[in-house]
Every structure is written in structure tokens, then in C-alpha cells.
Design a protein around this ligand. Structure first.
Ligand code: ZN
Length: 441
């Protein structure tokens, strides 16, 4: 756990202690007050007097001890934070605020050329599969300007279906072989039966009964839940879970371009719905850290912004399972929290909420998501810290003119890069206009 100084009585402290937070894993108290610190060796006693006071605080402990008052934010207000273009805590991609998504939806027309022009502005918000699909649509739109998105996907259907079936069959065969080697005969036969049914649907000639990934997973799950697990050893139990996990690796329109094309080339999807779908997975939604299904409450400490794709594909997983599927999640959570902290400096985000949500994820992930909150307490706009900033500036003056120029250039470069990253469409005046009006609200 990272411990953070929350109050520096004497600003000299920072000069002497540049890395102004310490890692102190076995720390049990909420705050300590240090006038001096004694270091005792075996033979001699050395005393260091430190001429300043530092209060160390562990925000997690503070929250537990009730020292940080709960933010009690309504769900709507937390979702409102997304208008500042937060990175998704799960995948790290910048999310589209719901207000912007609504505006985009109203602008999508039945004209393929207009849709391409509109979506081009928001390309950088798309997830990888959607981006690939968009490129196909864009290329084909140049060749066949009159074909709508649905018709273009239909042209690509056959090839995509072949690729998709290959992917699906390889996973189904894997499940079957795994069951043969790890389950009893009776259970293997049952799994084989479910797979046989699925294969028949995949190769079905009429369109009345097509294969559904969701139904297949449901069948596998209900099969493994019926088995009286007490009768078997833990290894057997693990094998059953592995089968369910394998079933979940079947491609979806969110992770396979072939699955996307096959799904949306079918009749019920219109041009407009496909255009919307290219962005809808990136829309910010409210995620319950502990799912409602598992008893999670709709209170601010349990709510976080997450992209629609990751929210919906999470099912009822707990956080540990979610991290297993998204190994980058601890890093992305840090990105999310850093952005919230940056906003809290401008009083756009409630500070207590940041601590609460960090604590929730720390607890639920059993310490795997251990974000650094030290920035929450430093460089804030109070006078003491301004003092520190001044001192830092003075330190800068010791460098040569050329070095200072170099630093200035780098700073400008970094600022520009950040702008590009967060408002990825800033080059385009139209997107910029929409984004600006939403940010103002
Ligand atoms: Zn995401």
C-alpha cells in the first residue's frame, strides 16, 4: 500500500525528500506525526533530528476509519465524469461520453457517404475490431458509393463465415478432446452431445436455427452446474471450470472481425444500427465493481465508468477473473485514477470518490489493483504547495539556458501529445465543436 504525505508543515520538507511519498507496507496507523526519527543500532545510538514535520496518511486506512466522509454521489453524477474523456479502467481506451454518443446517433443518416464522413471523426474511439470493420466499409464505399453498410458486409459474408467456422470448430474440438481426457465417460458423452448439436447448427442449411454462442455457453454452464461436485476431487472441479472458460473463448463480434461481419450481414441489422455499433462498444457506462447479481449495491464506492464492451462482456465475473481476462487492468486502472485526480485538481471530480473506488478495487482484487494515489495530495492549489512549486522552479534556474529551452520544448511536446491522446479528434473542427459543447455542459 502506498502511503502519502497529506500535509507538509514546513515546505523545506520537499527539497530534502523529493520523492514525496513512501512505500510502507506494514503500516498500521492512519496518521503519524514525526518531529524526529531515531535510528537505533546495536552498538551505537544515532539520532537524526529532522527539522520538519510530515503527516503521513494512508487514504485506505483513513477511509476505513471513517476519516474520509463518503462521497454519496448518485450514479448519474459518476457517469457525468465521463464527459472528460476518461480512459476505460479495463481496456485503457478513451471512452465516448453518453451525451456525445446520443449526438452522434442523431447525426447518422441512411446515406453511406455521410456516415463514413461522420464516423471518420470518431475513428480513434473505436475498438480494434470496429476500426478494422470501418476500414473495410470506407474502402468499399469508395468503390461502391451507393451500397449501404449492411450490403457491403453482405458482400464479405462468405469469406468471413468460412474464417469464423474455422475458429469455432477449433475451439469446439478442443473442448471435446479436453472432456475426453479429463471427464468421466458419462460426462464426456453429455459434452459431446451439446457440441454435436452446436456443430449441426453451424452447418445448418436453412436459416431457421443458427448457432448461438450465448446459448451454447448457457448449455455448457448448466451442464457443469448440475454435476454434484462434492462427489469429485478438486482437480475434476477445475476441469469443469476450464471447459466453461474454453466455451467463453468462442469468438464474438467484439473480438473477431469475422464474427462481426457474419452477425451484422444478417437481415435484421440496418445500415444505421451498424454505423452506431461501430462506436457503441466504446460508450462510457456505469459498472458495478461487485456486480448487482452478486449483491453489489448502487453506491458510489461500488460504481465506476467502464466502456460498454468491457461492461457487458464481464458477465458476473469477480474482479480477479476480470483481471485474468484483461491483464493490463491494474495499469489501466492507474490511468483512469490519474485522469480523475487531474480533474479533481480542477474541482471537477470528488476526491473522496477517487479514494473510495481505489479502496474498493484494492480490496476486491486482493491487492492486485494497488493504485498510487500520491498525486491526489501533491501539487494542489493551496499556498504551501505553491511554495514548493516556486522552489522547484528555482531549482530549474540552476540549469543552463540551452537546457531550459530543451525542457520547455519537451513540455510543449508532451502537452500536445496528451491533447492528441485525450481528444483524439481535435484536428477535426466538427468533432471538436461537438466535444466542446458537451464539455461545457
Ligand atoms: Zn474498456
Amino acid at each position: 500500500m502506498k502511503i502519502t504525505p497529506i500535509k507538509l508543515i514546513n515546505s523545506n520538507a520537499l527539497q530534502k525528500n523529493k520523492n514525496n511519498y513512501v512505500n510502507y507496507p506494514n503500516y498500521n496507523y492512519s496518521t503519524i506525526q514525526a518531529d524526529c526519527i531515531n535510528f537505533s543500532g546495536k552498538n551505537k545510538k544515532i539520532e537524526y533530528k529532522i527539522p520538519f514535520k510530515i503527516y503521513y496518511s494512508n487514504p485506505f486506512q483513513d477511509a476505513k476509519a471513517g476519516l474520509i466522509s463518503p462521497s454519496d454521489l448518485p450514479k448519474k453524477e459518476i457517469l457525468e465524469y465521463s464527459k472528460y474523456f476518461l480512459p476505460c479502467p479495463c481496456c485503457g481506451d478513451i471512452m465516448i461520453p453518453p451525451q456525445l454518443m446520443d449526438t452522434i446517433k442523431t447525426k447518422i443518416t441512411d446515406s453511406p457517404i455521410d456516415s463514413i464522413e461522420l464516423l471518420k471523426n470518431f475513428q480513434n474511439f473505436m475498438h480494434p475490431v470496429e476500426k478494422q470493420v470501418f476500414r473495410i466499409l470506407e474502402m468499399n464505399n469508395k468503390k461502391y458509393p451507393n451500397l449501404n453498410f449492411h450490403d457491403i458486409l453482405k458482400k464479405k459474408y462468405q469469406r468471413a463465415e468460412r474464417q469464423l467456422v474455422l475458429q469455432q470448430m477449433s475451439i469446439l474440438s478442443d473442448i471435446r478432446l479436453f472432456s475426453r481426457d479429463n471427464l468421466t465417460n458419462e460426462h464426456f458423452n453429455k459434452v459431446s452431445e451439446i457440441i454435436e448439436k452446436a456443430v449441426n447448427k453451424i452447418f445448418n442449411k436453412d436459416n431457421n436455427e443458427t448457432f448461438s454462442r450465448k446459448l451454447f455457453i448457457e448449455e455448457i454452464e448448466s451442464f457443469s452446474s448440475i454435476i454434484e461436485i462434492q462427489k469429485y476431487d478438486p482437480k475434476y472441479k477445475k476441469a469443469l471450470t476450464q471447459i466453461v472458460e474454453k466455451a467463453y473463448t468462442l469468438p464474438t463480434s467484439y473480438n473477431s472481425i469475422h464474427a462481426f461481419i457474419v452477425k451484422y450481414a444478417k437481415n435484421k441489422y440496418t445500415h444505421k444500427s451498424i454505423a452506431e455499433r461501430l462506436l457503441s462498444g466504446s460508450e462510457a457506462t456505469i459498472e458495478h465493481a461487485t456486480p448487482e447479481y452478486l449483491g453489489g449495491k448502487t453506491i458510489s464506492s461500488n460504481l465506476i465508468n467502464e466502456c460498454a464492451r468491457d461492461n457487458h462482456s464481464r458477465r458476473h465475473d469477480d474482479i480477479i477473473q476480470q483481471i485474468r481476462e484483461h491483464p493490463q487492468m491494474p495499469d489501466n486502472m492507474q490511468k483512469h485514477i490519474d485522469k480523475l485526480i487531474e480533474l479533481s485538481k480542477r474541482n471537477k471530480v470528488n476526491k473522496s470518490y477517487i479514494t473510495e473506488i481505489a479502496m474498493t478495487y484494492y480490496n476486491l482484487s486482493k491487492g492486485l489493483i494497488d493504485v498510487d494515489l500520491s498525486k491526489l495530495w501533491i501539487n494542489s492549489k493551496n499556498s504551501k504547495n505553491q511554495n514548493i512549486n516556486k522552489q522547484n522552479k528555482n531549482q530549474d534556474r540552476t540549469s543552463t539556458k540551452a537546457e531550459r529551452r530543451e525542457i520547455r520544448k519537451l513540455k510543449i511536446k508532451r502537452k500536445k501529445a496528451e491533447k492528441r491522446k485525450y481528444i483524439t479528434t481535435s484536428k477535426n473542427s466538427y468533432a471538436k465543436r461537438i466535444i466542446k459543447t458537451i464539455c461545457k455542459r
